[in-house]
Design a protein around this ligand. Structure first.
Ligand code: SF4
Length: 363
């Protein structure tokens, strides 16, 4: 990652917000349909305001795949999302990640070599064609390619249920990485018994799973997690219900199982957005997800009381928060120096197969 790009020239760092907004709008005007600014729901409110479209990782991948006129895509999100957009767009379309240092710690928990080793070890016990990889969107393009090559598909929190269904129609067992919580919560929803869900520990030989247990398993989980969504605890829900029996608790499926079990509703980022939109005026909602999204929901729906679930912690994704108006403005004004994401063709080919399978199954 080109670290020097993280430090913008002073002219950008010291510019005031109004000036930056004016300059971004001028670029949008100049490029028209040839420019598409995609913003993730966890971005700062002023970034979402400047964007053409806002969405979760599934929605943004779909928009990128269906925007052939956009010669320049400025992606305000994290690295794996911009990579997926590059995989799904044509060679004449350029994808930029507006802040070069915005990564995802969960994706970093699945280094390519370790996943390959685990796969070899699993196949050495189960044999070929018994198990299929399902990769959560939060992985490198390399691992998406691995997934495509091995008959699997990508999923997001919007379509993990559909991905399980797709995979079980074709294979006996699933190897789900990197988010153990989304994998475990989806397996439970799908009715996979608890003793058939195992956690692969890369620090131990064979993942610390004995052969008999692995042969009985139907879901093999990777030991990854999101540090934002694992901040939420069942006690936070108890406290809210004690304080206000009318409260509705809505959480993201990257939260641990005991939190998901206690919540009134569970769903992807887009689901949470719709939940807030559709709740009747006067509703009290406590949400277990990223703070920037909760804040935007609270200021957008002033007729409802929308709160963050935890209270004693600060569930901000610091990687999403890195992107500023200065980054976006710099990218649009200096594309030749900005952080273009280019996935090599040999990786693109197989990664595309896995991503297209995801788009085919829909939500
Ligand atoms: S919220 Fe969690 S999973 Fe999403 S980008 Fe941030 S660290 Fe990664």
């Amino acid at each position: 990652m080109p670290q020097d790009l993280a430090i913008l020239p002073d002219e950008y760092r010291t510019a005031d917000e109004d000036d930056l907004e004016k300059r971004i709008r001028a670029k949008k005007e100049e490029f028209g349909k040839k420019l598409l600014i995609l913003t993730h729901h966890y971005q700062r409110v002023e970034i979402v305001r400047m964007g053409d479209r806002v969405g979760d990782s599934y929605g943004l991948a779909k928009i990128a795949a269906n925007s052939p006129d956009a010669e320049t895509i400025a992606f305000c999100g994290v690295h794996f999302m911009a990579e997926a957009a590059d995989v799904l767009t044509a060679p004449n379309q350029k994808v930029y990640l507006t802040n070069a240092t915005a990564g995802c710690p969960m994706a970093d928990m699945a280094p390519t070599g370790k996943v390959y080793d685990a796969w070899d070890s699993i196949e050495s016990v189960l044999g070929k064609n018994k198990v299929v990889p399902i990769s959560y969107m939060n992985t490198t393009a390399d691992l998406k390619a691995f997934t495509g090559r091995n008959g699997g598909l990508i999923c997001t929190s919007s379509n993990a249920d559909a991905a399980f269904k797709w995979a079980y129609e074709r294979f006996e067992k699933l190897f789900f990485f990197p988010d153990q919580h989304l994998g475990r919560n989806t397996a439970k929803k799908y009715g996979v018994p608890k003793d058939q869900v195992v956690l692969y520990d890369t620090r131990k030989p064979g993942g610390g799973i004995d052969e008999n247990t692995l042969k009985k398993a139907r879901v093999i989980l990777w030991q990854g997690h999101c540090y934002v969504h694992t901040k939420f605890k069942p006690e936070h829900i108890d406290l809210w219900r004690e304080k206000n029996p009318k409260v509705k608790i809505v959480v993201h499926p990257e939260c641990p199982e005991d939190v998901v079990d206690k919540a009134d509703a569970v769903g992807s980022t887009s689901y949470i957005v719709e939940y807030c939109e559709e709740a009747p005026p006067g509703s009290v909602i406590a949400i277990g997800t990223e703070l920037n999204l909760i804040h935007r929901m609270a200021v957008t729906h002033k007729d409802k009381k929308i709160y963050e679930l935890a209270g004693d912690t600060c569930p901000v994704c610091s990687n999403m928060f890195r992107t500023t108006l200065a980054d976006l403005c710099y990218t649009l004004e200096n594309p030749e120096k900005a952080n273009q994401i280019v996935v090599p063709d040999e990786i693109k080919k197989d990664a595309k197969i896995a991503l297209e399978r995801m788009l085919e199954i829909g939500k």
